[in-house]
Design a protein around this ligand. Structure first.
Ligand SMILES: [Zn+2]
Length: 100
C-alpha cells in the first residue's frame, strides 16, 4: 500500500475504506494505491496521522467490523422472509398517491 498526497478537484466528502469513516475532503487528499498502482481509497486524516502501525490497527478494527456485518448478513439470508408482492407495492403506491 502506497499512500500519496494529491490535489482534490472533485468530491466534498469521501469514505476512507481503511477505517470506514466518512470525512470532508480538503484541497489536498491522501489516496492509497496498491503496489501495482491501482487506486484503493481516499485516506482520512485520522488514518493519515496515525502512522503505519496506527493504520494497520485501524484496518484490523475495520475488518473486524465488516466481518461482523458479513456474518449478520449471512444469518439474515437464512432467515424466513416476508416480502410484499410487486402488485401489493403498486396498490399501496396508488393509495398513497390518492391520499396526497
Ligand atoms: Zn481512515
Amino acid at each position: 500500500v502506497d499512500i500519496k498526497l494529491e490535489r482534490n478537484d472533485f468530491d466534498e466528502r469521501s469514505r476512507c475504506q481503511l477505517c470506514g469513516s466518512l470525512f470532508e475532503l480538503d484541497d489536498i487528499v491522501a489516496r492509497a494505491y496498491t503496489d501495482n498502482g491501482d487506486y484503493i481509497t481516499d485516506v482520512c486524516s485520522l488514518c493519515l496521522t496515525s502512522g503505519e502501525a496506527g493504520i494497520r490497527q485501524r484496518l484490523q478494527a475495520h475488518a473486524t467490523h465488516l466481518r461482523a456485518i458479513a456474518d449478520r448478513l449471512d444469518a439474515l439470508s437464512r432467515e424466513d422472509m416476508t416480502v410484499p408482492s410487486p402488485e401489493h407495492i403498486q396498490v399501496i403506491r396508488q393509495i398513497a398517491k390518492a391520499l396526497l
